[in-house]
Write a new protein. Sequence first.
Length: 104
Amino acid sequence: MAALNGVKTKLESPALQPSFHDFTKTMQFNFPDLNTSFLFRIENGVLKEFTESSVEKPDISVTSNSDTLLAIMNKKMGAMSAYTTGKLKVRGSMKDLLKLQKLM
């Protein structure tokens, strides 16, 4: 939860708001090690929903174990390093993934 709250905090940050003003997406974080998923529903850059749930086809899907996401958010591991080693799997359009990078 700490890592996801970090994503939430960054998304709500006034410094990043201009980057997300026209961003309307569902973003799902999947944690196989915890057997759970969390959903962020964002409308025009505003977080409308943050719940422990999942949807069949999110716009952006992030899958990793909880320790990996926590290491990324705490700057102990780079997101690109986690991605290239297979510890972090992401699906979505390139434009959306570039936005996601700002949150991690």
